[in-house]
Design a protein around this ligand. Structure first.
Ligand code: ADP
Length: 266
């Protein structure tokens, strides 16, 4: 078996939803992407351009229509413990305490209770949630729930975190905080991250590399290396320069996506 490092490789990946039906739709069109071990790659583009579709294929939740996806050199044929997905709304189990939620996957692996609690305690501390071990999810704010969900994912020690707009439902301040936490988690775990957003600010705050999508069908318009020091300073000239470049890259694509949505609504 290959030792997991978090490397991802996509070659000629295409997804046609509903292939062969009247409503068939080309969502992702022949894309190539490599994510290096420990790299933070953000997929940026207007809504509906195929970002989540590509992420779901990397997660192994849906198969590509054409092309190959590999994780650490092995073809992806389904979900695996090396790749953990985090969605916009966390799905913590409401009947379990936060500690038991974080330790849930470890329990399935047969890890004893005391050890699970210790792992949960450490991870929750990293996420700024030291005091909520015995609380239940409905006692937490949305931002706290999302942090607990990230801790639950990290408890499984995945080599790749797949994140689909994980902070989109949160207010701006909470979002900025969670961006710091995720940068820290990545640093400490060495995991690779593939992260979907339509926010330019979020992309610039987090990424080592930004993949800019075209409007649907999703293709790559540009791949931009982010050479800004961490932590990122949103007041620096270099930050603004990159932000403006991304605004320019996206402007036409957002217009195209809008026009298509209006056409579809008629
Ligand atoms: P994004 O993440 O960039 O907002 P998505 O990947 O969610 O875009 O969607 C790309 C296109 O694929 C959209 O037109 C969407 O309606 C369509 N789509 C997404 N999921 C499905 C599905 N399960 N079945 C059919 N069409 C889908």
């Amino acid at each position: 078996m290959t030792t997991a490092t978090g490397a991802l490789r996509c070659r000629g990946v295409t997804k046609i939803w509903g292939e062969g039906t009247a409503g068939e739709l080309l969502a992702v069109d022949n894309v190539d992407l490599d994510v290096q071990p420990g790299e933070f790659v953000v997929m940026l583009g207007p809504s509906g351009c195929g970002k989540s579709t590509l992420l779901s294929m990397v997660a192994g939740l849906v198969p590509p229509t054409e092309g190959v996806i590999e994780a650490d050199g092995e073809p992806v044929s389904g979900p695996g413990p090396d790749r953990c997905m985090i969605f916009q709304q966390s799905s913590l189990y409401p009947w379990l305490s936060v500690a038991d939620n974080v330790g849930f996957g470890l329990r399935l692996r047969g890890v004893p209770k005391a050890e699970r609690r210790e792992v949960a305690r450490k991870l929750l501390r990293t996420m700024g949630l030291a005091d909520v071990l015995d609380k239940h999810p409905d006692e937490l704010s949305g931002g706290m729930r999302q942090r607990a969900a990230i801790a639950r994912a990290m408890a499984m020690r995945p080599r790749v975190l797949l994140m689909d707009e994980p902070f989109a439902a949160l207010d701006v301040q909470t979002r900025a905080k969670l961006q710091n936490y995720i940068a820290q988690v990545r640093e400490e775990s060495g995991a690779s991250v593939l992260f979907v957003t339509h926010s330019i600010d979020e992309a610039v705050a987090l990424a080592d590399r930004i993949v800019v999508f075209t409007a649907r069908p999703g293709r790559f318009k540009a791949i931009v290396d982010v050479e800004l020091d961490r932590p990122r300073d949103p007041r620096s000239a270099a930050y603004h320069e990159l932000h403006d470049r991304l605004v320019d890259l996206l402007a036409d694509e957002v217009d195209r996506a809008f026009a298509e949505q209006e056409r579809a609504a008629r």
